[in-house]
Design a binder for this molecule. Structure first.
Ligand code: B12
Ligand code: SF4
Ligand code: SF4
Length: 387
């Protein structure tokens, strides 16, 4: 490389770092080579069925490991970490559900894309032409692995990317660039003997070898648009969207504290700790106003009502029975009626049994009728019965 090119690149890098710092994000640079190790790890994961609900296969792994899939002239990848940890609202009312930190603010994609576009515009302006393409989340990019390659973060046993000093509550985004910027060095860090995330995961999704069976992860289960497997429902506890347990316990993330951007504050208290009965009765007006602007709005109102029913069942609180009966009798969506039946079966007792017997006479949907039959058995055994 000529001396003048070296100086131009060093100046560009300085400008990227300065702009990143002004935006409150961390930036590192990776090469744009095919990541052969990641391709192999992803293929193995998909073959095991770890990402079954996502329909990923070899073709996705090949694309995700190859930056040329996003920008055919790519020679470097500028990896960006955007911290989002904010304080958990102090008010935790009885009967409320839990929402992952990533989902209670305005949908993060908008903020992340605005940051990436801003940085990319600076790079294009410095290069005097269009040399960039951005990606965040939805494109086939192995974002964690590329972040690790750039030295932005290292990958923990919970499979999240951990940025030194910021922890794992960081969103990732990339700017693919046709200029060959000098890459940064990967970090030499790993979890050692720590297994806190593995031990706390309620569903056993984490294997402890830096892989996950995502079909058991609560983040995946609460997004499912088909019925959540019955055996896993009790393990959801009160999570109604996503799950943070494996990160809440992770030492580097705990040490980092609430270092996130204020754009990721809960839009309101209700979003961070939704009242489960109110969520179970969610209708389209409130959904559009309160939930659709957030990541919780991705799958529609009925999925949130379904998740609220499961949370109420897991509360084992008989005070929830009237609300669950209403949902079982009146909710237009079979998934919600099925989950309400399951919740009544889980809480159990005479009132729940009577409601299930009544609903059995009236229900026309075969899948819901099957849920009611299974729930009736549990209900008659009371709260100590099987789930
Ligand atoms: C599908 C998906 C999910 C699925 C599957 C998650 C999973 N672990 O694969 C579900 C719905 C479960 C999910 C959950 C969450 N997700 Co998600 N998800 C994605 C998405 C769209 C694709 C991920 C993917 O391809 N998975 C397949 C696996 C095999 O690949 P991978 O995890 O990306 O990378 C692995 C390999 O590269 C391999 N690897 C490669 N090289 C090396 C080298 C070494 C040394 C090691 C050890 C491993 C390794 O290990 C990596 C880690 O498992 C990405 C966005 C994207 N395009 O990348 C966001 C993304 C991974 N999700 C994100 C977030 C925030 C979450 C949640 C925290 C949200 C929540 N709280 O509910 C949880 C975390 C749960 C968890 N423990 O993983 C962030 C993660 C940020 C971060 N700091 O890591 C991403 C990057 C979105 C973004 N742009 O910010 N997610
Ligand atoms: S997000 Fe929750 S369910 Fe998923 S791996 Fe972490 S602790 Fe387990
Ligand atoms: S909790 Fe421990 S094992 Fe899990 S990712 Fe964090 S440091 Fe690694």
């Amino acid at each position: 490389m000529r001396r003048s090119e070296e100086i131009a690149q060093a100046n560009l890098r300085k400008a990227i770092d300065e702009r990143g710092a002004a935006l409150g994000v961390r930036v590192r640079v990776a090469d744009a080579e095919i990541d052969v190790e990641t391709r192999a790890r992803m293929r193995a994961s998909f073959q095991r069925g770890d990402l079954l609900t996502w329909g990923y296969g070899d073709a996705y792994a090949d694309a995700a490991a190859d930056p040329l899939h996003i920008l055919d002239r790519a020679r470097s990848v500028i990896c960006v970490a955007i911290p989002y940890a904010r304080f958990v609202p102090s008010r935790v009312p009885k009967g409320s559900g839990r929402v992952s930190k990533y989902a209670w603010s305005r949908d993060y994609h908008a903020r992340v894309r605005a940051i990436l576009n801003d940085l990319a515009a600076h790079i294009d302006a410095a290069a005097d032409g269009s040399v960039t393409a951005i990606a965040c989340d939805t494109a086939p990019v192995a974002e964690r692995a590329r972040a690790a390659r750039s030295g932005l973060a290292w990958i923990g046993k919970h499979t999240n990317a951990i940025a030194p000093g910021l922890g794992s509550y960081v969103f990732l985004g990339e700017i693919f660039c046709s200029l060959a910027l000098a890459p940064d060095e990967p970090l030499k860090k790993e979890c050692g003997n720590c297994r806190r995330c593995v031990d706390i995961c309620p569903t056993g999704a984490l294997r402890g070898d830096y892989t996950i069976d995502a079909t058991r992860c609560i983040a995946d289960l609460t997004q499912r648009v088909d019925a959540i497997p019955r055996a896993l429902r009790p393990l959801l506890g009160d999570w109604v969207w996503g799950c943070d347990l494996c990160q809440e316990i992770c030492p580097p993330t705990v040490r980092a504290g609430a270092c996130g951007d204020a754009a990721f504050d809960p839009l309101d208290d209700e979003l961070a700790r939704p009242d489960l009965e109110r969520l179970l009765a969610l209708r389209s007006g409130e959904f559009k106003r309160r939930y659709r602007p957030t990541a919780m709005g991705w799958r529609g109102a009925a999925i949130l009502r379904r998740n609220a029913a499961i949370g109420l069942g897991n509360s084992l609180d008989r005070a929830a029975i009237p609300a669950l009966c209403r949902a079982l009798d009146e909710d237009p969506n079979p998934l919600v009626r099925g989950a309400a039946a399951w919740a009544l079966g889980r809480i159990g007792g005479p009132a729940a049994s009577r409601a299930l017997a009544r609903a059995r006479e009236l229900e026309n949907d075969a899948a819901v009728a099957e849920e009611i039959a299974a729930a009736s058995k549990s209900a008659s055994l009371g709260v100590e019965g099987p789930s």
